[in-house]
Design a protein around this ligand. Structure first.
Ligand code: OGA
Ligand code: MN
Length: 310
């Protein structure tokens, strides 16, 4: 902190963290994020690592203010989007618009009104995102909820035999389709999962900030466990996916305008329910650059959130 901008001291009560009655998630009550003190920001950041996904309600942010908030979590990722067609999708280099709204015959954002399958953001890149944050401007009356699953817990509760089968293995993450099932521009449909384009990452990764191991599955369509036959890979992936997405491991957010929902792609998967095509849903998203997924020999199991009794 430079002398010109001393750390703000606040006399107000500190930010409050209220865990969701579920396997992950917390609401953080911290008033206006535009004037968050450094002390309160530390509470928000800690809550994101401890609860894996956080919601902060009642905000009114411009795009530059959303960008400034996101930057406090780390460098923002501005990589060009692998789009699927005639969508605009960015208002600033740092902002991705997630929306079904059409303007002048062109979608203003990505992902339409479709169901979005379980995934971890940008797992098809060498260095996937760490945090993603959606800020809601307009939400439908019903539908379009966003759900999360705790991947520390998925790993901890995995049958030891299955754990043995995935030990040291890597998974290939297909980049051909987005999570709404649309073909990305410049790609051709996949006929053999072994040939799908995309990087391989360890199935178990160690979170570099918490030190705990988590299951890292990315996306189900066209995934392939390297070194297995396609049949063996499909069978093992089906078992892993049904284990990882069981309702006991999940929590769903029901949106109101002015919500910031922030999640940690290194240890959660998320999905979205579909919603009425006639309804308007507009979210602006910022995302933090992450590191290359890796498994550390020192990786721990037993993340405290998994055993939290609430
Ligand atoms: C995303 C995403 C889900 C949603 O922006 O990465 O998956 O609820 N969005 O819109
Ligand atoms: Mn996503």
């Amino acid at each position: 902190m430079s002398a010109a901008s001393p750390a703000k001291k606040s006399t107000a009560a500190p930010a409050q963290v209220i865990p969701m009655a579920a396997a992950l998630g917390a609401e953080v009550k911290c008033r206006d994020v535009r004037v968050l003190t450094d002390e309160d920001f530390q509470i928000v950041h800690r809550a994101a690592l401890d609860h894996l996904v956080i919601v902060i309600r009642g905000q009114t942010l411009t795009d530059p203010e959303l960008i400034a908030f996101g930057r406090r979590f780390g460098a923002l990722d501005c990589a060009p989007l692998a789009k699927t067609g005639n969508e605009k999708a960015r208002t600033h280099d740092e902002i991705v618009v997630v929306s079904n709204v059409m303007e002048d015959g062109r979608a203003i954002g990505v992902l339409r009104d479709a169901e979005v399958v379980w995934h971890s953001d940008n797992s098809y890149r060498d260095q996937p995102l760490s945090f993603s944050a959606l800020y809601s401007l307009e939400v439908p009356d019903r539908g379009g909820n966003t759900g999360f699953a705790n991947m520390y817990l998925a790993l901890e509760t995995l049958d030891p035999g299955l754990r043995q089968r995935i030990a040291g293995r890597t998974l290939k993450h297909d980049m051909t389709y987005n999570s709404a099932g649309d073909l990305r521009q410049g790609f051709t449909p996949v006929s053999d999962v072994r040939d799908a384009p995309g990087p391989s990452h360890p199935i178990v990764r160690t979170h570099t900030d918490t030190g705990y191991d988590a299951l890292y599955l990315g996306r189900r369509p066209n995934a392939y466990i390297n070194g297995l036959s396609v049949e063996q890979s499909e069978e093992l992936l089906n078992v892993l996916w049904s284990h990882a997405t069981q309702p006991e491991f999940t929590w769903h957010h029901v949106w109101r305008p002015g919500d910031i929902l922030m999640w940690d792609n290194r240890c959660v998967m998320h999905h979205r329910d579909p919603f009425d095509a006639g309804a308007r849903r507009i979210m602006h998203r910022v995302q933090c650059a992450g590191d290359r997924p890796a498994k550390s020999l020192e990786g721990k199991t037993g993340h405290p959130r998994s055993s939290m009794k609430i």
